[in-house]
Ligand binder design. Structure first.
Ligand SMILES: Cc1cc2nc3c(=O)[nH]c(=O)nc-3n(C[C@H](O)[C@H](O)[C@H](O)COP(=O)(O)OP(=O)(O)OC[C@H]3O[C@@H](n4cnc5c(N)ncnc54)[C@H](O)[C@@H]3O)c2cc1C
Length: 236
């Protein structure tokens, strides 16, 4: 468990094929409702090992359990070694190496942070290549819900070009770290002075947060192609 209701799950393909995904992409999990109707749900790939994918590579996801959720029931019922059906990779919520921005503003709530975990090796390479800087703003209700928080904190501590800014909407960390903030993640954006010349922003997770942060960035002057969005809407 990454948080009281969020579980990290690791899968491996069992058909000998390679899941050649780009960081930021997602998989779809296929299953059936109790009445036999087929359905599917999307999950961002969290795998962050930076190695070229091969047939044995892990496919990691973080699932937020919701009360009464159909996929939630499927994941809760799984035991080690069980199989599920999935397809992918899908999506275009990816870093685009031809971009020439000096800084990335990465914004997430909840499991919306998982694409950024997958992007860490690529961000490191982009920093080495052209000195790009990164600010990751992560909205969580409390420190207990700071998914992969230890990993992001350790990553930021050894890289001055990468800032990790947890924004707690319900309670502050005790004792707070210098980059901890109180309140909603979209309200913390102004402090980082979004700039059309310098920044490209990625927004991922709760649709209300994505819409609110999109408005903040647009008002700050970021052109729409510089604001990339992935909304975690239910695909029922
Ligand atoms: C591109 C994309 C990527 C996604 N990536 C992830 C991911 O990495 N991890 C992840 O956990 N989810 C992710 N989602 C959301 C995921 O696909 C499911 O919608 C979610 O897991 C709920 O599925 P469920 O079948 O358990 O609930 P459902 O049966 O779909 O919903 C049951 C009830 O819960 C409500 N509900 C659904 N989602 C939430 C929520 N988040 N909070 C509160 N109530 C909710 C519904 O309105 C409904 O009333 C992603 C969605 C998209 C579109």
């Amino acid at each position: 468990m990454l948080a009281p209701s969020v579980r990290h799950l690791v899968f491996q393909r069992d058909d000998g094929e390679v899941l050649a995904f780009l960081p930021g992409q997602f998989v779809q999990v296929h299953f059936h409702y109790p009445d036999g109707t087929p359905t599917k749900r999307s999950y961002s790939i969290a795998t962050s090992d930076g190695r070229p994918q091969d047939a044995d590579s892990p496919v990691e996801i973080a699932v937020s359990y919701v009360t009464g959720g159909a996929a939630t029931a499927l994941f809760e019922s799984l035991s080690v070694g069980d199989r599920i059906e999935a397809s992918g990779p899908f999506g275009r919520f990816c870093l685009m190496p031809p971009d020439r921005n000096a800084r990335y503003l990465l914004v997430a709530t909840g499991t919306g942070v998982t694409p950024y975990r997958a992007m860490l090796p690529q961000l490191e390479a982009l920093h080495a290549e052209r000195g790009v800087e990164v600010v990751l703003l992560f909205g969580a209700r409390s420190p207990q819900e700071l998914l992969y928080g230890d990993e992001f904190i350790a990553f930021a501590e050894s890289r001055p070009w990468f800032r990790f800014v947890p924004c707690y909407s319900r309670e502050a960390a005790a004792p707070p770290r210098p980059d901890d903030r109180r309140g909603y993640v979209q309200d913390a954006l102004a402090e980082f002075a979004p700039d059309a010349e310098r920044d490209i922003a990625y927004l991922c997770g709760n649709p209300n947060m994505v819409d609110a942060a999109f408005e903040v960035l647009k008002v700050a002057g970021l052109p729409v192609p510089h604001i990339r969005r992935e909304k975690y809407v239910s695909s029922k």
